[in-house]
Structure formats: C-alpha cells, structure tokens
Ligand binder design. Sequence first.
Ligand SMILES: Nc1nc2c(ncn2[C@@H]2O[C@H](COP(=O)(O)OP(=O)(O)OP(=O)(O)O)[C@@H](O)[C@H]2O)c(=O)[nH]1
Ligand SMILES: [Mg+2]
Length: 379
Amino acid sequence: MINVEKVANDAINVIADRIKNLNRLNIIVAGKTGVGKSTLINSVFREKLADVGIGKPVTDHMCKITKKDMPLSIYDTRGFELGKGVQEEVKKEIIETISKGVASKDINEAIHCIWYCINTASNRIETEEIKWLKELSQENKITQVPVIIVLTQSFSKKKAEDMRKMLLNENLDVAQIVPVLAEDYEIEDLGTVKSYGLDTLIKVMEEVLPDELVETLQNVQMACLEEKKKKAHAAVATASAAAVGEGAAPIPLADCVMLIPTQVSMIASITVIFGLDVNKSMIAAILSSTIGAGGATILGKTVVASILKFIPGAGTLAGGAISAGTAGVITAALGEAYIGIMEKVFKGEMSIDDIGTQKGKEVMSNMFKEQLKIAKTEN
Ligand SMILES: Nc1nc2c(ncn2[C@@H]2O[C@H](COP(=O)(O)OP(=O)(O)OP(=O)(O)O)[C@@H](O)[C@H]2O)c(=O)[nH]1
Ligand SMILES: [Mg+2]
C-alpha cells in the first residue's frame, strides 16, 4: 500500500531537485535611463525582481540582479545618458561580460540574450543610438548573443508600429523588435490602455533561447500563461504515454503503484513550469482528492473502483486489473486537473493556500472527474 504523505514527500523532493538543476538564464537589459527597464523586468518575471532582487554591481555601469531560488540573472545597465564616453564604456562592458560568459564554457554563466529597450513614447530614435546598436552587433558577430529590441511604454500602438518600421529600415542585426506596454497606462480623461506585448516577448525568447533554457524560462516568467500551458500539456502527454507503456498488458491492481513515479514526475514538471511555491500539504491534498482516497492510500482497490465509475466504458475492477488505456487516462486526468488548478492560481481566481483546503480539494476532485470523462471520449 502506498501512502499519500509519502508520495507527497517524494514529489516535493523531486520538485526541489528539478528546480536546483535548472540551468540559469542570464539576460542583459540595456537602454537609456527612464525608458522602463525596471518596469519591464518586474512585469515579466514572477517576482518584483527589480525591486526586491539583490543588485550587485558587476561593472561600472551594470548591476546584476538575482533572487534566491530563482535561476535567473538580470544585468541591468545604469547611467546610459551620460554622454558619448559613457555609452562607449557600457558597450565595452556588455561585450566583456559576454566574452567572460563564453570563456567559462558554462551555460549557467553565459549571456543568453540582450533586451535593448527604446521608449516608444519618446517619439524618436537618435542616430547615435542606432550607431551604438550597429557597433554592438559588429562586436557581437562571433558571439552571436541574440538581441531583442523592446519598444517600451508603447501605449500608442500606432507610434510603436511607426517606430518598428523605422528600425526595420535600419537593417539592424536583431532577432526581433517587440512593442510592449509592461503596465497599464492611464491617459488623463481618456481611460486606460491595457498592458500588452509581454507574451510576445516570451514567445520570441522561446525561439531564440537554446533548448536547455526553455524550462527555466517558463519557471521564471509570469507574462505568458499560454506558453506555460503548452509546456505543461506536453509533460502530461509524455507521462500518460509512459503510463500506457508501463501497462501495455492489463495492470493488476497490486501493480498500479508502479504508475506513481511517472505521476510524481509529471506533477513535478508542471510545478516547475508554473513556478509556483507548492508545499507538501498542497501536493498531499491534490493526490488525496484524485488518485487517493480520504488521505490514506493511493490507487488502492476502492479508489480505483471509484475512479473507473467516472470513465465511460472502462468497466469494473472485476478482473482485478485495469487496462493500459485506463492507466493512461487516469494519469492524463491527474495532470490536466493539476494544470487547471495551477491556472486558477496563476490568474488569481484562487489563492495558492486554497489548494490545501477542503474547498481546494473539491475543485481538484471535480476537475479530475471531468477530465476522466473527457479523456475517454477522446480515445
Ligand atoms: N504605465 C506605465 N508606466 C511605465 C511603463 N514603463 C515605464 N513606465 C514608467 O516610466 C518611468 C520609468 O520607468 P523605469 O522602469 O523606472 O525605467 P528604467 O529604465 O528602469 O530607469 P532607470 O533605472 O532610471 O534607468 C516610471 O515612472 C514607470 O512607472 C509601462 O509599461 N506602463
Ligand atoms: Mg531601473
């Protein structure tokens, strides 16, 4: 017999291990003073990094922001305004930081991306800024760190589009030019322009980053739910296929516990992708309201019998075994229901602490049953 507490404990250990082993994502955020770098950083990542992160000066004009338990370093440039000399220095510091990362031959030390921020609301791009970008590209020719131009404070979409066109005409060597409004913008008497564009920035990042950093990106970002869900669904598909494989022949009930490591790994993947701070009692609540009963055993006889009732056409436990397909369906339903809960928390429809409560358990249990029905019809 497998105990809910023990499985929840295993899951927490696997989650901690996965997070510890995520590769570190390193981004340089450059652009003139006041363009909106800090606002952007705070809106894209899951902590108000630019406010609460520890900023440590690494060069004269760059500060490295990190936060405990977050596999992310942001190199924030400072004092970009102070004339030509300083601009030269900043460029040199960026190139040196890139070179140092390359020399380390360590993915955790390399610079993976540069966000160059230009304020759309400023209405103009100075020729010296274009020149600066071109020189940076020239020096970055071999290292090839992708540069994304972020058009900040783009509350006017028209101006942002004009600015984008203007920049495209310059044939800059950049991965993409992305207009964003990081925070809602209030225009006096005219109402509020809703923030937008951050999800596009995340999608562009996904394209330019190496595969080894995609999980990290999902873990640290909070600007694009769609990408998180996409990655989470993929994790569920993998686990459910594995569960089917494990039980290619009907699985005797006594062996249903063999499914558990696959399911634990799936729960861990989804947790890492959502980057939410899930604890042991929350995982225990999730397990006991789905594949466990009454907080005791997991996938025990009575539990499986009651799960089968919700899968149309799955039959009963009469033969003392479940089919391979049913093992896949149960695994997928668990994963999808968990994604459903994570989504509710992400959207603020539910607090993370609700997961451990009776109400949270009911929501989870209902979603699980709903998924059991859906999964079977899709078969
Ligand atoms: N509403 C709204 N205000 C923004 C946005 N981006 C920047 N701002 C405002 O613009 C001002 C400057 O933004 P910051 O994020 O501090 O700019 P910064 O580039 O970090 O500036 P420095 O650190 O001084 O170089 C602040 O008052 C922000 O509130 C946005 O997307 N929406
Ligand atoms: Mg700032």
